[in-house]
Design a protein around this ligand. Structure first.
Ligand code: FES
Length: 71
């Protein structure tokens, strides 16, 4: 799926550069160009970086609301 439409960068490419060490939106932009034009994809890039860094593809974004534990 294309995440960065300005530069035609897919989620697979962003995941790959994140696994290879890109730890920030700026790093990803330097590695593959994603997020370097209009910025409309930056939230999605941030979520992918977080997902890859946590080792879970379904991990919530850092700013996702916490789910209350049922007691
Ligand atoms: S959609 Fe990624 S920079 Fe515009």
């Amino acid at each position: 799926m294309i995440v960065c439409h300005c530069n035609g960068v897919s989620d697979r490419t962003i995941r790959r550069v994140a696994r290879e060490g890109s730890a920030s939106v700026a790093d990803v932009g330097f590695a593959c160009g994603a997020g370097t034009c209009c910025g409309g994809c930056i939230d999605a890039i941030r979520q992918i970086i977080h997902s890859e860094s946590s080792g879970r593809k379904d991990a919530p974004a850092p700013n996702a609301p916490a789910i209350a534990a049922s007691a």
